[in-house]
Every structure is written in C-alpha cells, then in structure tokens.
Ligand binder design. Sequence first.
Ligand code: WT7
Length: 654
Amino acid sequence: MSLDEENFDTLLHETRKFPPHPSFRQQATVSSADLYHQAAANGEAFWAEQARELTWSKPFTEILAWDPPHARWFYDGELNAATNTVDRHRQGATKNKVALIWEGEPGDQVVLTYDMLGREVDRAAQMLTALGVQPDDRITLYLPMIPELVIAMLAAAKVGAIHSIVFGGFSAEALRERINDAGSRLVITADAGWRRGKTVPLKANTDAALTGCPQVEQVVVVERVGQIAGLNMIPGRDRWWHQAMAEASTAPFAPVPRHAEDILFTLYTSGTTGKPKGIVHSTAGYLTGANTSCRLVFDLKPEDVYFCTADIGWITGHTYVVYGPLSCGATVVMYEGAPDWPDRDRYWALIERYGVTVLYTAPTSIRTFMKWGPELPGRHRLDSLRLLGTVGEPINPEAWMWYYEVIGGARCPIVDTWWQTETGAAMISPLPGVTDLKPGSASVPVPGIFADVVDTHGHSVPPGGAGYLVLTRPWPSMLRTIWGDDQRYQDTYWNRFPGRYFTGDGAHRDEDGYYWILGRVDDVMNISGHRIGTMEVESALVDDHRVAESAVIGRQHDLKGQAISAFVTLKDGIEGTPELVTALKQHVADKIGPMARPEEIFFTAELPKTRSGKIMRRLLRDVAEGRALGDTTTLADPTVVEALKQQYEAQDPD
Ligand code: WT7
C-alpha cells in the first residue's frame, strides 16, 4: 500500500468536516440525499433514468443482463457517441455556444462552437470513410493535446470505429505494442507536440514504432509544430491531416447507429504482469457513466466553463475532458502544455482568462503548486471558480486544505473522485450539494454504485476496519472485458471475490461509512497519478544486457505520491557505475516513457527472496522508505536485506 503507517495514522485522526455551503447547495443539481435512497432501492431503475438523459436513435427497453462477470446495459438500444457529445447541441441556441476553448503551449488559441466542432467532426468522419475505415476498425491516436485529438476521436465514434488513444508521453516501443495488440491499420499522429518549450517527436516515434507493425497501412499526420527537420513522410503510407481534410466531402455525415454494447474505445493500462491491458468500454453504458457523473458529481451545467488538466491519453481525459462535459453541453477548456510554461502560474492564468468555474486536477499537481507558493495563484482572479475536483491518488489532508483555501477561497466544495480506467467514471465521490467533505477521504459511493471493504476471505469488514475495496454490483460504465483476453478479465477482476469486482486497492472505512483509499495492494505503482506496473519497469531493466535481475517498487515521494526505486543485480564482471545508473534510467524511459524513469537505482549483489524465490517487495519498500525492516523470517537469507539496507543508507541519493 502506498500510504505508510504514519500517514495512515494522520488520516485516522483527521476529523474535520465541511458540510456544503448553503449557497452552493441552493443551486446544485442534487441537493438532497434522496437520490442515494432511490438508487439504493432500485439501482437499475436509477440507471435507466440516467441513461434516458442520452439521445438514442433507438430507445432501449431492456436495462441489464448480468451474467457474471459479463454485463450488458440498455442492450436493445442504439445511439452514437458523437451525436451525444456534439450533434445534439447543434440545434437551437446551443448551436453557437462554445464547446471547446483550446490554448496551445506557445499561447495560440482555437475556439470552437458546438456547430463548428460538429462540422470538423463531420469532415474528419468523411476523411476516415474515404480512407476506408469501417465500423469496429481500431484506430490508434498518438497525438498531443490539440483540437484534432478531440475531432479525431469523435469522428471515429461517428463512423462506428473504435479509438485506441496512446498517451503522447509513451515511447515508440510502448506505442508499437499497443498498435499491435489493438490490430490498428490506421494511426493518426502529429509531426510533434509542445512540452516546456521543447518539441516531442511524435512522428519520429511513430515511424520507429511502425518498423514492427506490418498491418498498419496508413498514417495521418497533423502539422502541429511545423518545420520539423527531417520529417520522413512515406509515400503511399503517410498523408497530412490538413490535405486529407481538404479533400474530404463537406457534406454532413450521418452518424452510424451503434448498438448500446458496441465498443466505443479501448485504452491500455498497467497491470501486475508486463503486458498492458486493453480496457474495453461500451458505447451506451460508458456514456451514461460519463454524463451522469458530470451532472451529479461536477454539478455541470451548460453555463459552466470546465477545465480538467488531465491529458486525453488517460481515462480521466477521455471521460472528463471529452465525453462527459461535452455530453452535458458545457464549455471545455483544453490546454496543450506544461503547468510551468512559460511561468508557474499558467493554470491560474487560464482560469482567469476564460472564467473557469470547475477545475479538476491531481493531488501530485496540487502538492507541486503548494511548493511553488501561494503568490502564483495570488497573481490571478480565481473567483470564477465554484467547484474543485481531484483524482488519481489519495490526497493528503494538508494538500486538500491548501487547495480548498488558496485555490477555492474556502468557497468551493472539493470532489475527491476515486475511480479507475476500468470503472469508466467516478465511483466514490462526494455529491457537492449533499455530502459533508472530509479532507483525504473520497467519501462514499455515488448513487447507483455499491462498494464494500472485505478481508482476504471476502467477508465485509465492519466500520473502522480496513481491507480490499470491491464493487458489489455491475454498473453501466464498467469495463466489458480486456481486449483479446477475456480470461485475463475474469482472473484479474472477478475471480478473487466471485461476483464482486476487485479494484486492486486497499481501503479503510470509518464509522460514518466514509472510504479512505490506501493505494494499490498489488504490484502496481502510482507515480504522479499514473499507473505503472512494477513488472513493466523490471522487464525494461533486464532487457539491458548488463542486468541479471531487478526488483522495482514504488516508494513514498512528497510530490509524486510514489517514486520508482529499482534494485538491480548486475551480471558477473559488470561494475555498477554512476554512468550505468544514468544509462539504465534512460533505457527505461526509452522503453516505456519518461514517466516510468526510476528515481533511483541501487545495485545489489542479491535481492531479498523467500525460500520459494519470490522477491519480497515489502522489505524493499522498508529499505527505500528508511523504515525498520518488517518480518524477515520467511527470507531464504535474512542477511541480504540487512546488507542492502546499510548500503542503501550509505548511498542515499537525496
Ligand atoms: C488507480 C486508478 C481514473 C482516475 C485516474 C487514474 C488510484 C484514483 C483516486 C482517489 C485515491 C485514487 C487508485 C486507483 N486513484 N483516484 N481519488 N483517491 N486513489 O486512473 O490509471 O486507472 O488508476 O488510481 O489506486 O486504483 P488509473
């Protein structure tokens, strides 16, 4: 678990409570607890009512077919995700309402109304059709945070294709693996993207990835940065987005009706084994979760200007930059670059410039802003804000209070939303007009979601206890399977506690029924809110010919939540030099992406193992976090870890 005992202790002594301000409650979409009771009394009726907020080309009559662990929701209905996010707002007055305010890192801007966005999506759908894209084809998008990413994903949805977005921070190799697993024949990328004033070579990475993707026939390249020296456009395979768009028909594109259960997208996430999992999301259920949570959790209304700082390459961006807020007809602020470019007040400048009302960001960012100091937000008017959100990892009460006071002016409720790539939408979160807030707790499951905390035998743990967090009933936006591996879907999520969804997280539930998320209980790390499997980093390390064996853990880190510590055993005759440390860190960044670069690497002659040969990560965490060693009696050779601890302390990198 990522919180050490000391932190956990602080949590347990956290007794502050913040009831909703009357002024917020008065205008909130949900202002009474009735909705919880209704949903508890009849969960399916509750979800059916929410799903009717969507626009259906063929209304559903069936609500749920549950054949554990496979659920089908609203399964005789038909709809299209682009209709629901864009076209349905292209009628009447909302037609000319701003859908997207985009700002590039260099300061350039694009503003698209719903009608303008709709025309772009139609044009891109025509382009995809002209390229031969058929319903259910997979399209990999490897793009910066630019409007074309939103346009391309909605165009894919409009033609009934499945998008698979790969975060632009991933390496060529990670991209290759994801393209091949999805079986995409079309990739959309950009020449490059901007990050901290430098360019990220997306096209070059794509070229490198495609040396190992024989099935990819076409690449469409958005010109974002321009004048990229040596950009290699391969005739017959590569074409420019702007040219293909110019050649495409300008006729409106009729949305391809999708069955409720048809796949809207897949998105890769880390698990306990090396291979990333392609999480499969449905069309209707996913949209229901995205739309409902935006209305109930973010209290989103058409007049809101909503800014979620996540990259669309992660699930948070899918649900809370694109599908959720656009389905609600909100105005979305989207920013391309880094929060400290050109200065450390960029987010606050954006909020002031566009009058942002709802801000959604991650604890790791909040801790960084705290470190940078209150003068930076102090330079800007932030009084347009009315609601704040956080996601990605547990938020420490100190950061919560800072966010509440310095950013929210002690006026804005904070929704701490617990969820996962797999859950599609927020599962445990306050309803801002109803729930009393406790700093550090994601509070209680949202209406229609049913959770529990259980022990190893699957027995519910009474209030005040801790255990494994499970979800006890199917919900519309749940993942449907893992792309190409339904057995892994069943094994990972459902076989541990049959009939219940195993989240992989530990949680404490207090006497009021509030959930306090304790972090992962499996071999998955949470680095700045990004999930990275220990196995992925270990495989990258042993991939270097000088490395014999490695063990990787996530250790406490003040800003990132967790940082990666790698313990490496070298092959005979290889010396553990500082140069090798640098080279291995770079190797991991090249194999996976910069976010997986280890914070520190320790060379050790041996790793602590049980007699059966299992590496004891718990002890490595004790070492890396400078704690007294826990129980070492099951070790094959207890002296190994003692030696390691002494060595670690001697070469403490900080
Ligand atoms: C894991 C999911 C979908 C959110 C973005 C990350 C951790 C997420 C919280 C929170 C404590 C949280 C959990 C979860 N997590 N939100 N509010 N409080 N922990 O999505 O990459 O699928 O990671 O992030 O450990 O299992 P993800």
